[in-house]
Design a protein around this ligand. Structure first.
Ligand SMILES: [Zn+2]
Length: 539
């Protein structure tokens, strides 16, 4: 009987369940894709049906990336990675652009991602004139690590019709030299002047890229994802992701639609927001500021450097409330990007004391939450606002945090421990590829960064805000489920999907400095083996 029910028992594992009531186990029974029993092998009794010997390996629930940009990440894989080890200087960048221009021919845009002027030898942003040296005859666009700033060459400016006379757009800035000539650097909304004229991939082409990315994510143990930049135009993301599923995308996925797109047709069909669907719309996304590393976060006190730069406010109270209304009407979350003190206060104060509309999860999420004030922490906790943050940012971008904030203020950013102590629901995530790191989506880099609070070069990023390893894993699993609302994932407990991963080293035993070297041997979704690292295979 039980065999026909598709049952498998896993024995001899070191299972961390992320379930508060029973965090550790060594055996687990999976039937029809779900965990039906988990606990101590001695209590298991006679094994019914198939079994797998986990040979003492560490098992974790499948990891959830609560804030990710899968489509950008998939596309970035085809572009120049303007980060170490490939690009350490503007000179290197010029070389790479020239070489991709040569390889691609004259009909395609040359694209790159991930530069961070803090990491470049010249300690400045590249400009149109640098890129012109590399390729003057085709348009070139290089996206900064934060994804909020681009630098383009003269050809791209020409195609976009950007000249000395072009005014700045609301919520954006065209950088200019002392003669008023655009430098090629376009901040926030100004980058749309160029991105809107770029050739768009078809829905099917993008779906294929997403399916390819799915395997990469499974290799990192990621079994559930989000897309924090869902669009309705030029292609609808829900349709694109559903097409990707047919081509092999395995992850359970929540899409957060950009408010600018959604407000054109604010009421969604119920089926699109059904959490039980592998792909569903989970939230309404908007931006209240930019980034710390790009000096566009809406901060107070101002950034270091010349003048009093408090960053950019990117939305209004009216818009925020309207987006919240739309979220409420569709039973969705309001997902707001906010990094600086003022940006976070703005959201928290707008909703302070108001009751949330969701009953199963936080109605409002603040994404990144780099610099919450003590008052914001207290008010967010009281209002039930969740924070979704990225420990990899400080780890990978330490130079720009130091340049823009100084070492002491940097140590106080992303106060994860204080957030948790205040009673705020927190989840970890990567925001990949918006990080200056060659493998930005790797959750083990984020976990290491959270437990050590050290940057990649060993710089102290604030020992007071360290969390313990169990907590770090929970923020990538159970807590991420509680915030993303993707049903029945994030812990291994009866009734939950059998989404789990097997590691090559025991994360609880390994030196914390080496957590980022841990590799995933196998990944299971719904009890099915969906990824196997052949070089590490144990069976
Ligand atoms: Zn993001």
């Amino acid at each position: 009987m039980t065999n026909e029910m598709n049952q498998c028992t896993y024995i001899n594992g070191k299972i961390f369940t992320a379930n508060q009531e029973k965090p550790y186990a060594d055996a687990m029974v999976v039937r029809d894709g779900k965990v039906v029993w988990i606990g101590c092998q001695a209590d298991l009794g006679k094994i019914d049906g198939d079994y797998v010997d986990l040979q003492g390996q560490r098992v974790l629930p499948g990891l959830i990336d609560a804030h990710l940009h899968p489509l950008y990440l998939a596309n970035a894989a085809k572009q120049i990675a303007c980060t170490p080890p490939l690009v350490n200087s503007i000179e290197d960048l010029i070389k790479q652009v020239r070489s991709l221009r040569g390889a691609q021919g004259k009909d395609l845009w040359v694209e790159g991602w991930g530069y961070d002027e803090g990491k470049l030898l010249e300690r400045r942003s590249p400009t149109r004139w640098d890129l012109d040296q590399a390729a003057a005859d085709v348009p070139v666009i290089i996206t900064r690590t934060c994804a909020h700033i681009v630098v383009v060459n003269s050809k791209a400016l020409e195609l976009a019709g950007i000249t000395k006379k072009t005014p700045d757009v609301p919520g954006g800035q065209i950088d200019r030299d002392k003669d008023g000539e655009p430098t090629g650097i376009l901040r926030e909304n100004a980058k749309d002047l160029v991105t809107r004229i770029m050739p768009v991939k078809t829905l099917v082409e993008n779906a294929e890229l997403l399916a390819e990315l799915s395997d990469v994510l499974l290799g990192h143990g990621i079994t559930a994802i989000t897309d924090a930049m869902g669009r309705t135009e030029p292609t609808d993301y829900l349709e694109m992701y559903n097409t990707a599923v047919k081509k092999g995308l395995k992850q359970r996925s929540a899409l957060y639609y950009i408010w600018e797109d959604l407000k054109k047709s604010p009421m969604l069909e119920k089926e699109k927001t059904n959490l039980e669907n592998q792909i569903h719309i989970g939230g309404v996304k908007l931006f209240s500021d930019g980034s710390v590393s790009g000096q566009t976060a809406w901060v107070n006190p101002p950034f270091l450097g010349e003048g009093e730069n408090y960053g950019i406010q990117m939305t209004t109270e009216e818009e925020l409330l309207a987006a919240g209304k739309a979220a409420e009407q569709n039973n969705l979350q309001l997902v707001v990007h906010a990094m600086g003190e003022q940006a976070i206060d703005f959201i928290v104060d707008t909703f302070y004391g108001k009751k949330g509309w969701l009953t199963d999860a936080p109605s409002i999420r603040i994404e990144h939450a780099a610099m919450p004030t003590p008052q914001a922490l207290q008010r967010a906790a009281e209002t039930g606002i969740a924070f979704v943050t990225q420990p990899i940012f400080l780890f990978a971008e330490i130079e720009s945090y130091h340049n823009n904030l100084g070492a002491e203020r940097t140590k106080k950013t992303y106060p994860v421990k204080s957030m948790l102590e205040a009673g705020i629901k927190v989840a970890f995530s990567s925001d990949a590829p918006a990080t200056a790191w060659a493998d930005p989506v790797n959750p083990f880099v984020g976990i290491k960064a959270a437990v050590t609070r050290l940057a990649y070069d060993g710089t102290d990023t604030g020992q007071e805000q360290k969390v313990d390893l169990e907590t770090a894993i929970i923020l990538y699993t159970r807590a991420a489920q509680e915030i993303t609302r993707i049903p029945k994932v994030g812990q291994l407990a009866p009734g939950y999907h059998a989404d789990f991963i097997i590691l090559d080293q025991d994360i609880f035993e390994v030196d914390q400095e080496k957590i980022d070297e841990i590799q995933v041997i196998e990944t299971f979704i719904g009890g099915n083996l969906v990824y196997k690292n052949e070089t590490l295979a144990i069976r």
